[in-house]
Design a protein around this ligand. Structure first.
Ligand code: HSE
Length: 443
């Protein structure tokens, strides 16, 4: 394949859905700027689609046949925007094996087959770039790979899923129902084809694995981390969070204390209202980094949607073009051996932190005392407590406990004991409070 100085670089888009169209529009609308910055034109030569009869942007050559793309020697960069982990994997491998640079926004593919794909790309001497795979338009991959390559990252804490953030914001701020808020996220093009990936926390876990691999050079797969989605949250949790000065967010967290195990998890959390993460609303995402030299830094922007994600994809296309023009590849670390190593992970339940507990109980003498007794027996200290009479239609009175810092296994053991009491009317809601710096104010 031609490398070195050239006037035009040919690319092919695999997939022309939401992000594919955004990518094409940006390449068209910013063509002159891109050419000025690059010193060469970028031309979309083909787009692989499922249905060639659908109406497409003018001037775009669409095909349903991958052979058209792989048979064209002018295609130097393949942009995979199909999604999924089967056809996308095959086509990425084919692009790599035929010496093409690859750009993808497919976090599921990289979280599952990343090591294989990066390894093959490294061996073939081509780039595999993936800025669009995490947090849409926020340049967080570049930040970790390049800007902070100098630093030692201690924590990555993110709101990395636009769909769930939109749902949580709409439920908390507008009293929207879960279903109406999800429909909005789908209409905005944020949600995955199967939104279960979003609401179960799995999409966030896939992104967290990529971030943690870059931040800690740790080999990490979603199946290794504890993942909780947003489905168990109820309106009472949002109103109680508000009353006590918190906002409910789905957080993706990876922390590694010097010499300690990596603590990686995804779950809803109470975040103090003063935290910069509390301000992240709707489809926006943010990643808060804590690093040894820089200290805390925050990266914020639109985390999903055609144009923000398209912008990240095009930035990768430009990077791959720069490498083609310079006749180099693999300037950036690949997420495979020897750059990644197995690391010790914190076992589930090892977290020490504050917790919000919402008990639903019968309004009878001694119930509150028994709850306090069980928590005390397990060494869990109560910071504040509130009891509310049942409203019409509610199964019982509400007892809310905010704990002091406690070991998660101790709190879980206490909750299991309380949930077994005859006086307990519904499973107790357990939500972690994340208020340590850098999420909360410096202490
Ligand atoms: N479904 C994802 C989200 C799309 O809602 O954030 C962006 O990765």
């Amino acid at each position: 394949m031609a490398r070195g100085r050239q006037e035009e670089i040919g690319i092919a888009l695999l997939g022309l859905g939401n992000v594919g169209l955004g990518t094409f529009r940006i390449l068209e609308a910013h063509a002159k700027d891109i050419e000025r910055r690059l010193g060469a034109r970028v031309r979309v030569l083909h787009a692989l689609v499922k249905d060639a009869q659908k109406s497409r942007p003018k001037g775009l050559d669409v095909t349903t046949d991958p052979e058209v793309i792989f048979g064209d020697p002018a295609v130097q960069i393949v942009v995979e925007l199909i999604g999924g982990t089967t056809v996308a994997r095959e086509l990425c491998l084919r692009a790599i094996n035929t010496g093409r640079h690859v750009v993808t926004a497919n976090k599921a593919l990289l979280a599952t087959h990343g090591e294989e794909l990066f390894g093959r790309a490294q061996a073939a001497g081509v780039d595999l770039l993936f800025e669009g795979a995490v947090c849409g338009g926020i340049p967080i991959i570049r930040t970790l790979r390049e800007a902070l390559a100098s630093d030692r990252i201690e924590a990555v804490i993110g709101i990395v899923n636009g769909t769930t953030n939109l749902i949580l914001s709409a439920m908390a701020e507008e009293g929207s129902t879960y279903g109406a808020a999800l429909a909005r996220a789908q209409a905005a093009g944020f949600a995955e084809a199967d939104p279960t990936l979003d609401v179960s926390g799995m999409d966030a876990a896939q992104k967290l694995c990529l971030l943690a691999q870059l931040a800690f050079t740790a080999r990490l797969f979603p199946a290794q981390i504890s993942v909780e989605g947003i489905l168990g949250l109820e309106p009472a949790d949002f109103s109680l969070a508000h009353e006590f000065g918190y906002v409910v967010k789905l957080l993706a967290i990876a922390r590694r204390p010097p010499g300690g195990p990596l603590d990686a998890r995804v779950h809803p959390a109470f975040v103090p209202r003063q935290s910069p993460l509390a301000e992240v609303r709707g489809g926006f995402n943010a990643v808060l980094l804590q690093s040894a030299a820089l200290g805390p830094s925050l990266f914020y922007g639109q985390g999903a949607g055609a144009m923000p994600t398209g912008s990240a994809v095009v930035s990768d296309v430009i990077d791959a073009c720069r490498d083609l023009l310079a006749g180099v590849a693999g300037r950036l670390p690949m997420l495979c051996a020897p750059n990644l190593a197995d690391v010790a992970l914190s076992p589930p339940g090892a977290r020490q932190g504050r917790v919000y507990l919402r008990f639903t109980v019968s309004d009878a003498p001694g119930v509150l005392g028994r709850i306090a007794g069980v928590l005390g027996d397990k060494g869990v200290s109560i910071a504040s407590v509130l009891q509310r009479q049942p409203k019409a239609g509610e199964p019982g009175a509400t007892v809310v406990v905010f704990t002091h810092v406690a070991k998660e296994t101790d709190v879980r053991a206490a909750v299991a004991e309380v949930d077994a009491f005859a006086s307990t009317r519904a499973p107790t809601r357990f939500i972690r409070i994340e208020d340590e710096p850098p999420i909360g104010p410096a202490r």
